[in-house]
Design a protein. Sequence first.
Length: 387
Amino acid sequence: LKAFLLEPSGDPPFLPHLRQTPRYNRNGMCKKQIIIIVVIAATAVAATVFGIAYTAITGKKTPCLAGDSLCLPDADDVQDLIDAGKDNIPDVDLDALRNGMIEKIDGINWPDFGFKFNDVFQFGHDSRPRPQGRGNETLTGWKPPIDGSGEPLKLKIANALTSDWDEYFTAAVEDWDGAARVDGDADVMSLETERLEADPACTPVEGIMKVCNDDYGETGWEGINECLIMGEFIISSVSKMNEYYLHPDNYKGLLQGSTATLEDKRRYTMCHEIGHGFGLSHQDEEFSNADLNTCMDYSSRPQNNLRPNSADYSALNILYGDSVLLGDSEGGAPKEVTEAALTNPTGARKLLRGQERQQRSTMTREFGFNFNGVEVEKRTYYLLAQE
């Protein structure tokens, strides 16, 4: 109701059945009732016109039925009614009336409907094009600030790790918190951290990203991030560090000849999974490919990929800033996608979605996941253990 008051034009989006059911109009009246009302109104108008014409032509008062108790109106009667109406029309401030209704709506203690209105219905906010990916990257992020506000995305990241992971958590958050500055652009993220009790289960909490660790077993992954998505936006995210592969007692090193340490691997994995929590995906998924110098790269040399790179920063600007599409051939958007974005954002989205569909082995999507009684999409990104 409040949305209709603020955006009064257009058909109500909630009531498609009123447009689809021909027997009833939007006030619930059937066709037969409408016909009766139209006939009565037309008869009254015709009688009035007749009375005025009769008086004008004959100079006589209009005829009456049942003595003087039921007479057709003449021109003087109509003018008297008009004059009386003018004198009695109240001076109504429509803006004040609308604002007063909105205040009353806001003051109602509404029950919990199981969803947030703004997560389901959007009225005029965040109108910028939102590409769905960069290369194989799916750009589904947290709900960004309103266009033109200049406000950064404000996000809390909860540290639910054991204390031996704290230094890697701190380093990764600091790297990502300054990551959104590209070529002088304003910082589009403002990150806040919170210390929680260690939570091996990593239970998701609405509105925050949570980071956890435990020995999750021989799963085949060293780290995962699970993003819960409602509509177009992430509403919760959890990152898990798997100590089956990343604990000092279990760590077996990488490929023979690698100089990477357990500390390198932990920092790389932490940066990687937190990056997924912002909505970013992998820049490359081949361990043997040349390093892209980003923690969002699959690499057998994690010591060369401990932090985000400029392509990651560009992606954050796409998600939460005003950039259309940034990046270069080194780990950024493919040339054809960049050109398409500059000239035709819709075409770019199609290209990017097509490329994303080719990347399934390290990302799964579960629809209808139950989160606090509401069905959402759970999108899981995997950092696979190197064989």
